[in-house]
Design a binder for this molecule. Structure first.
Ligand code: ADP
Length: 532
């Protein structure tokens, strides 16, 4: 028995040993696995900490860059606004004196009392003033487009007539220069379209003008093709052409190419810049190709759809009026610049308007109450109270819908949203275009204008159609004419004119007195007396 036990012992020992070895091996593996796991967890933790640190650093850096970008953007915006303010300011400063120059030049040019040889000089003043104005306007246009402030004034336009006018104008220019001008139309033009006529003319006149201007021999061909609501225009010339290297530059502001440098041809270097910007803003394309020495070809592609309208569009141009029918109307001019007020007075008083003046918004409100104007012509930038506020007070406090035109040198303000609700169409930019002003006034007051130059020599007023003031009034007027007292005459005419029925008589007389045609006034009165 003991022998059997002894024989089992080594086996048991071996068995235990195996189990022990197996357990030791297993626990070794487990320990190793635990060590490995915790090690890898530590490594992972470290890695994740590192990534988090990196991310946090990146976030801090991003914040810094964002803040820097924000600052840079603010600086750029401020610089841009400062540039716009500068351009607006300088344009205002230049426009104000130009307003007087061009306004008086227009008045003098229409004055038959001035001898013909002097008209030539007046036209030189007008032309130079207009060139200056085109520079200011060009720069303003660019600033306006760049600042996203340009709005199109879309109106119904008879398109074939519009193109025909351009053709006639450039045919004449080309003929005067001794080069040819051909016009070719493919397809049928839409009868009426809705466009900003001023802006489309600006583009076409500039490119056609350049073609005629730079071409010395040969000619210019103007091809218009309209199909499927697409307008394709090509303007080709046999001028000096444009070097390839110059083609990109000529669209830059103030850049004038070799065609301009090699000749003494005038220009501003702004035309193509504006034309391209405007075409693209209208959703079109402006392209150019050229062979130096042979000529250039400009192409314009524009989407343009026909508008079907029943209403008739007013296209006829109005001759310069000298008076208007019906009762006397009152106009209040609000402007802090005395010269500007005087200019408007000089334009409007001779036509028979009763005028009042105010030098700022506050004065305007006072005069408004007493004078009860039919129309207010309002400047914007004025001390004490500006034009916007005065307009707001008239509309909202006085609850009045008297027509107000903003007459301002600050073209940037045109179309600005304002609390007085004055639309862009009631905005007249200085220098005031007399016809534009009169057209606006005529529309607002439904005036029937009397046109044509009144006789200055032997006045022959059709007595039958004329209502005359009483003999006593006429005699008084005659006495003043005989002594040559113009202020007295003006006052007397105002007095007679208070009764609306003598309006035509008063307007005719006033026109003559404005021109100091006292002899003609005397003759007219004598004739009237004879006829009665
Ligand atoms: P401007 O005509 O006032 O100089 P533009 O911006 O209209 O300014 O034109 C810029 C330049 O492009 C011109 O100075 C001229 O060198 C060149 N250019 C424009 N049109 C033509 C053309 N038809 N032929 C040759 N060169 C042209």
């Amino acid at each position: 028995m003991t022998g059997a036990k002894e024989a089992l012992l080594p086996e048991l020992r071996l068995g235990y040993l195996k189990i022990f070895a197996a357990l030791a091996f297993a626990s070794g593996i487990i320990a190793w696995w635990i060590v490995l796991t915790s090690e890898s967890r530590r490594v992972a933790q470290e890695e994740s900490n590192r990534q988090t640190n990196l991310l946090q650093r990146e976030i801090v850096l991003h914040r810094q860059t964002d803040a820097e970008l924000q600052r840079a953007r603010q600086v750029a915006e401020q610089a841009n606004q400062a540039k716009s303010r500068y351009i607006t300011g300088i344009s205002h400063e230049l426009r104000t004196p130009l307003n007087s120059i061009l306004g008086y030049a227009q008045l003098l040019d229409n004055d038959p009392a001035i001898p013909e040889n002097r008209h030539q000089s007046i036209r030189v003043i007008r032309r130079s003033g207009e060139h200056l104005l085109s520079l200011i306007e060009g720069t303003l246009d660019i600033a306006r487009i760049e600042g996203g402030k340009l709005t199109f004034d879309l109106k119904l336009v008879r398109f074939p007539e519009f193109i025909q006018q351009l053709v006639s104008m450039f045919e004449l220019q080309a003929r005067n220069k001794g080069i040819s001008f051909s016009y070719e139309l493919r397809g049928e033009l839409p009868k009426v379209v809705r466009i900003d006529q001023k802006r489309l003319s600006q583009i076409l006149i500039n490119i056609l003008g350049n073609a005629v201007k730079f071409t010395r021999q040969g000619g210019v061909s103007f091809k218009v093709h309209y199909a499927r609501e697409m307008l394709n225009i090509s303007i080709e010339d046999t001028g000096p052409g444009i070097e390839q290297a110059e083609i990109e530059q000529i669209f830059e502001p103030f850049a004038r190419g070799s065609a301009a440098a090699n000749s003494s041809i005038g220009g501003t270097g702004l035309g193509l810049t504006i034309s391209k910007m405007l075409t693209e803003l209208m959703g079109g394309q402006l392209s150019v190709s050229s062979t130096p020495g042979q000529g250039s070809k400009f192409g314009i592609r524009l989407f343009l759809s026909q508008v079907r309208v029943a209403e008739d569009i007013e296209t006829a141009s109005m001759p310069m009026p000298v008076a208007y029918q019906g009762q006397r109307r009152r106009i209040l001019v609000v402007d802090n610049e005395q010269v500007d007020r005087e200019l408007l007075l000089n334009i409007l008083q001779p036509l028979g308007f009763e005028m009042a003046e105010a030098a700022n918004g506050q004065e305007c409100l006072q005069v408004y109450n007493e004078f009860k104007p039919d129309i207010i012509l309002m400047d914007l930038a004025m001390p004490v109270m500006d034009g916007w506020e005065a307009s707001y007070m008239i509309r909202k406090v006085h609850q009045s819908d008297v027509p107000i035109a903003i007459v301002s040198a600050n073209a940037f303000d045109k179309g600005l949203e304002n609390t007085a609700g004055i639309p862009a169409s009631d905005f007249i930019v200085k220098p005031v275009n007399v016809m534009e002003l009169l057209t606006w006034i005529g529309e607002q007051l439904s005036l029937e204008w009397i046109s044509g130059v009144l006789p200055t020599e032997a006045p022959a007023l059709p007595a039958a159609s004329l209502t005359l003031p009483a003999k006593a009034e006429r005699d008084e007027l005659m006495a003043l004419i005989k002594v040559g007292y113009v202020r007295g005459i003006t006052r007397k005419l105002d007095e007679i004119g208070e009764d609306g029925q003598y309006e035509i008589f008063v307007a005719a007389m006033r026109k003559l007195s404005q021109q100091f045609e006292l002899d003609a006034m005397q003759k007219m009165l004598e004739e009237v007396n004879d006829g009665v």
